[in-house]
Write a protein that binds this ligand. Sequence first.
Ligand SMILES: [Fe+2]
Length: 165
Amino acid sequence: MAQTSTRSYASPSPLPEEARQRVAAALNERLADGLDLWTQVKVAHWNIKGPHFAGLHPLFETFAVDLANRNDEIAERAVTLGALAYGTARHVAGRSRIAEYPQETTRDLEHVKLLADRFETYLEGVRDSRRVAEEAKDIDTVDLLTETISTFEKHTWFLRASLER
Ligand SMILES: [Fe+2]
């Protein structure tokens, strides 16, 4: 008589469990950074004042929307790999590597500088995680993170270009 497996469904990924766990842990680090950064971008979107308001207020919203989408993709990839996604505000506060945002900031170009610096920190983390995925031969996570990198490198260029004289 055939035995019925009681083992719960782990993942559709053919990668070994150890590799899946390693990649999912890296994805959860990026999720913590990304959720923290999303709140910071919204704070900048809300509080910005100055002559560049009209251009920057909606630009910051596009950053927030892109980040929310990337966070969702990253979280769902971790769960697809058989792990859980950790993303409450209290969890994220203890793990994000993004520096806290000075919430008293109002001047338009100060927000641009603060966000550019933070996007660069975020990107360093995503590149680190892509390296973990490369080593684990998880090309699908590599693709997902490459898309995240190209999107946020472009956004960082918008910010740095705004600071040029
Ligand atoms: Fe808004």
